[in-house]
Ligand binder design. Structure first.
Ligand SMILES: [Zn+2]
Length: 359
């Protein structure tokens, strides 16, 4: 069994741009959050389960396993889920400062087998005593029952995306930084690969910039994995776009459209990645073959390989129908005024000014 919290990088040597982790505590944390939300009857944190057939997040590893829990183990697990239901299930992983700090802290302690510092002083994560106790008790159950398969799924995802990151990562980071008229972070961006992320299948928190990605979400597989990595990372570098939109709106005394910058970074990542993927039949073939080895949920209608017959890569936002959910006008504006900028025919300021004046 792979030990808790080793960096998935270790399997592939260091990658450029990103630092991919499969961390024990973060996976436990997101699993408890997911189960707690289900217990509260909230929509599951991962829409992987929307498909219906696999109605429970633990279904792939749990049913046979859960019955083998001793009464003590079951109690420890149930207590942890109840604690998460009472304290975290109603909070958003992306917007709750409390959850963001907890996530970052648990990520930093991935190499520790405990959080209390009882055995090793440097493994005192400084969390509230009750939470430390809850997590350590649940950890015993998680490590024995669920972690091996979760870690395996995470590592399989990393293994599939790693060659693309190695080959394209640096070029893409330069291209996107140029587009957003900024600099790519000099430090590698930490990416925590987990079985369960949030309902979007991935989320990014700033200061420090960290990405969390679900390894089993059907939307994040194969060639789409590379786009998700760069879309999420773009959350951390696209502030100049957001600022430019706000500035132009103020000048024209227009209301600031809240999602325009997000539609823009979806559009941009997709357009930048598309030609690379279209020129990468090998990558596609390889990832498809690897895909056969995975246990991950593939039942979704979002399988990017659906498009591989004609060797055309369909960007995420298009494939997932994001533009149809209220972004139709943005897509029009982006195609008309942002695409010329991506093609090098107009300036950044010119493109943003045109978009905003057409709003
Ligand atoms: Zn996003």
């Amino acid at each position: 069994m792979l030990s808790a919290g080793t960096q998935a990088d270790a399997l592939h040597g260091p990658l450029p741009v990103f630092e991919l982790h499969s961390g024990f505590w973060l996976n436990l944390h997101h699993t408890l959050y997911q189960e707690a939300r289900q217990q509260r009857g909230a929509p599951p944190a991962s829409s992987t389960w929307k498909a219906g057939k696999s109605a429970k997040p633990t279904l792939q590893t749990a049913p046979a396993v859960k019955t083998s829990l001793t009464a003590t183990e079951q109690r420890a697990w149930d207590d942890a889920v109840s604690y998460y239901a009472a304290n975290y299930a109603d909070k958003d992983l992306l917007f709750s400062t409390e959850l963001i700090l907890l996530k970052n802290q648990l990520g930093d302690f991935e190499i520790c087998n405990e959080l209390s510092g009882t055995k090793k002083k440097t493994c005192d994560a400084g969390l509230p005593p009750k939470l430390t106790h809850i997590l350590e008790a649940a950890a015993t159950v998680y490590r024995a029952q669920y972690w091996p398969s979760d870690d395996r799924a995470n590592r399989a995802w990393v293994k599939r995306v790693a060659p693309l990151v190695t080959e394209q990562g640096v070029g893409l980071s330069h291209r996107l930084a140029d587009i957003y008229q900024t600099r790519w972070p000099t430090e590698k961006i930490r990416v925590d690969v987990v079985r369960f992320a949030n309902s979007a299948g991935a989320y990014t928190t700033l200061d420090p910039l960290r990405v969390t990605i679900s390894s089993i979400d059907p939307r994040n597989q194969d060639a789409a994995a590379l786009e998700i990595l760069f879309h999420e990372a773009s959350h951390g570098i696209a502030q100049p776009v957001e600022q430019a939109i706000i500035r132009e709106c103020r000048q024209r005394e227009k209301p600031i459209p809240r999602d325009l910058w997000h539609a823009l970074i979806f559009y941009t990542t997709g357009e930048v990645i598309k030609p690379i993927m279209d020129a990468e039949p090998d990558a596609k073939r390889d990832t498809s073959q690897d895909g056969a080895n995975t246990t991950s949920a593939r039942g979704g209608n979002a399988d990017p390989r659906a498009n591989s017959q004609n060797q055309q890569y369909t960007p995420y936002a298009k494939r997932e129908g994001l533009y149809q959910r209220g972004w139709e006008s943005y897509l029009q504006l982006l195609t008309l005024y942002w695409q010329p900028y991506l093609d090098g025919r107009v300036t950044f300021d010119n493109a943003i000014a045109h978009i905003v004046s057409a709003l």
